[in-house]
Design a protein around this ligand. Structure first.
Ligand code: PLP
Length: 394
């Protein structure tokens, strides 16, 4: 069966050009980039070329890029690193209710170490109000961490406005750009960003490699201690094949960014309009326009998202509920709850995230299959709607 993959927000397939760029560094060009001999320098050149390629993606200087083991590590490094280096003087972090667990659980960890954490709310479309961030800043605030776009509902946040606020207040600003880097333009200077997380596998690169942008002058402690790699910011021999692949993926993403975003926005809107038009009691989660070009997220009343996923999967359609990292949890998504969506409705949610190999035919197939599956599941559902809300007859 041919698969229709609509889970690009969870991970993307690696491009053949990326695999090709990685290949020599697995076996033939195996020198350690820290070695002085020519084989070492060959690997060093690959790492430095990739550093320039990923720096171009976010308009920063290559020397401000620290390669990491992925988005989760970048988020941990940013938050723990700044807190550990700055603790004693300031002990307050501000984040938002819709962050990825890589940020939320790291902030919680810092809470256990004595930091105060303010979690800013979002509105019913998943948007952060920059005023809420401004009001939460005190003389004790060290760091604000707000994601560029949400991985579940796709809401794109007013990063530049928040960057202005943190800049004026003299507070570090970390942005989790895992869902946007390579997909939307990013300029760390004009957006007022001090630290920014990127993950290669969300932009058609390999898994297990990412980067953290660190503005010069930022006081940050390393997470890993050992050798002097990455300018003493991340010890350990570099993942040369992964880094080379990340660089190639970044270069390709940057070259085709505008065109691909335009193509996906059309498919996204076609999917949204068709599903909203064909299915009763369906809700679009997230903002209608300030939204990732590839993201759709719907709630279907009276049925469970997992059941929809299983029926879709039986027809070769791969979608998801919640984020990839919490998809095995039976708890409703913390993101949907933060938007004020009732628990029952949050449980009936499905995300379709589009990407490079999504075609118009794929969209049509989902638009045909989804209403049929929803109808079938509703016919079996013990849940019915009454004027005043929900009744469970079981
Ligand atoms: N941040 C966001 C917004 C994400 O969507 C993800 C992955 O889903 C991560 C962080 C974690 O990235 P990684 O899988 O590279 O650890």
């Amino acid at each position: 069966m041919k698969h229709i993959y609509m889970d690009y927000a969870a991970t993307t397939p690696m491009l053949p050009e990326v695999a090709e760029a990685m290949q020599p560094y697995f076996s033939r060009k195996y020198g350690n980039p820290s070695s002085i001999h020519s084989m070492g320098q060959e690997s060093r050149d690959a790492v430095e070329q990739a550093r320039s390629q990923v720096a171009a993606l976010i308009a920063c200087r290559p020397e401000n890029v620290v390669f990491t083991g992925g988005g989760t590590e970048s988020d941990n490094q940013a938050i723990k690193g700044v807190c550990l280096a700055g603790r004693g003087k300031r002990n307050h972090i501000i984040t938002t209710a819709i962050e990825h667990h890589a940020v939320l659980n790291t902030c919680n960890y810092m809470k256990g170490l004595g930091f105060d954490v303010t979690v800013a709310p979002v509105d019913s479309c998943g948007m952060v109000d920059p005023d809420d961030i401004k009001k939460a800043i005190t003389a004790k605030t060290l760091l604000v961490s707000v994601m560029h776009a949400n991985n579940e509902v796709g809401a794109i946040q007013p990063i530049e406005q928040i960057g202005n606020i943190t800049g004026q207040a003299g507070v570090y600003f970390h942005v989790d750009a895992v869902q946007t880097a390579g997909h939307l333009p990013i300029d760390v200077d004009s957006m007022g960003i001090d630290l920014l997380s990127v993950s290669a596998h969300k932009l058609y690169g390999p898994k297990g490699v990412g980067m953290l942008y660190v503005r010069e002058g930022t006081r940050i402690a390393p997470l890993l201690h050992g050798g002097e790699q990455e300018n003493e910011r991340r010890a350990g021999t570099e993942n040369v094949p992964g880094i080379a692949g990340f660089g190639k993926a970044a270069e390709i993403a940057l070259a085709g960014m505008g065109e691909e975003a335009g193509r996906l926005t059309k498919y996204r809107d076609r999917l949204i309009d068709s599903v909203m038009g064909k299915v009763a009691d369906v809700y679009l989660n997230g903002h209608r326009t300030s939204r990732l070009p590839n993201n759709t997220n719907f709630s279907f009343d009276f049925i469970e998202g997992e059941a929809i996923l299983m029926y879709l999967d039986a027809e070769g359609i791969c979608a998801s509920t919640g984020s990839a990292c919490s998809s095995t949890s039976s708890e409703p998504s913390h993101v949907l709850l933060a938007l004020g969506i009732p628990v029952e409705r949050a449980r009936g949610s499905v995300r379709f995230s589009l990407g490079r190999w999504t075609s118009g035919e794929d969209v049509d197939k989902v638009v045909e299959a989804l209403p049929r599956i929803v109808e079938k599941l509703r016919a079996m559902s013990p849940l019915v709607k009454e004027k005043c809300g929900w009744i469970n007859y079981l």
